[in-house]
Write a protein that binds this ligand. Structure first.
Ligand code: NI
Length: 253
């Protein structure tokens, strides 16, 4: 059984002391591939370095909507240069976060547009972060060639109606630790075809039950897979196989 953690922040300072042990536990849990998602420029550089050095690691480069106010043409140029490295498989995470609003709405929309344009130029899929911004996000993605490039709605937090819209557009839904404690998300997962789901931890954030409040880690993708299997009354091996195939199709890994 091989699992893919499609969204993990291994470059985060919280792993500075014991990254090797974290990677070892991931391997032991069957997590054979990980996509290291980025949130600012140093994180993007570090993701590319990890992808070059660690077996099974791939990188996504991008600036989180929280930091959208820092996105300049120079920053986008450096992301584009970084994306030329081998094993850079996506642009992200990018998107809109109206919950925290750490960057003004206009800056978030402009940064999102720049990231979508970069993804088209690079011919690589995009990793979307959408928190309380569903309508603007759907509008921004009108015309985005998801059929050609693919894309994932990371840490999906909408309702069933949004899930269906996302799915009908050909996007994948990133399902993580929240599914272990949210009845609403469990209900959405029960309705969705497994063919539209990829697994992710978003570690070090959003640890699954029974580890809530702890530092999350990629090994716990296995807990998420088990929960999805229980919700859908499927064998965990089938969940692993189908979601890994989805990740392979999306990221070419
Ligand atoms: Ni994330």
């Amino acid at each position: 059984m091989m699992l893919v953690d499609t969204h993990v922040h291994l470059q985060h300072a919280k792993y500075a002391g014991d990254l090797e042990a974290v990677l070892k536990r991931a391997a032991e849990a069957g997590v054979g591939k990980m996509v290291v998602a980025s949130y600012d420029l140093p994180a993007s550089r570090e993701a590319v370095r990890l992808a070059g050095e660690v077996e099974g690691c791939y990188a996504a480069v991008g600036i989180h909507p929280h930091s959208a106010k820092d996105v300049t043409p120079e920053v986008m140029d450096e992301l584009e240069a970084l994306a030329a490295a081998p094993r850079v498989v996506a642009v992200g995470e990018t998107g809109l976060d109206y919950h925290y609003m750490y960057s003004p709405r206009e800056a978030q929309l402009a940064a999102l547009e720049a990231h979508l344009a970069l993804s088209e130029r690079l011919d690589k899929p995009v990793i979307i972060h959408d928190r309380e911004a569903h309508d603007d996000m759907l509008a921004a993605l009108e015309g985005y060639p998801v059929d050609r490039l693919g894309g994932v709605w990371h840490c999906f937090s909408g309702d069933l109606s949004l899930a269906e819209k996302v799915m009908d557009k050909g996007w994948y839904l990133g399902i993580g630790g929240i599914v272990t404690f949210s009845k609403e998300l469990a209900e959405i997962v029960r309705h969705l075809p497994l063919e539209r789901i990829v697994l992710e931890t978003d570690a070090p954030y959003l640890a699954p039950a029974p580890h809530r409040g702890q530092r999350n880690e990629p090994a716990w993708t296995a807990i998420i897979a088990a929960r999805v299997a229980a919700i859908k009354e499927m064998d965990a091996a089938v969940v692993a196989q189908v979601t890994s195939a989805n990740a392979a199709a999306l990221f070419g890994i």
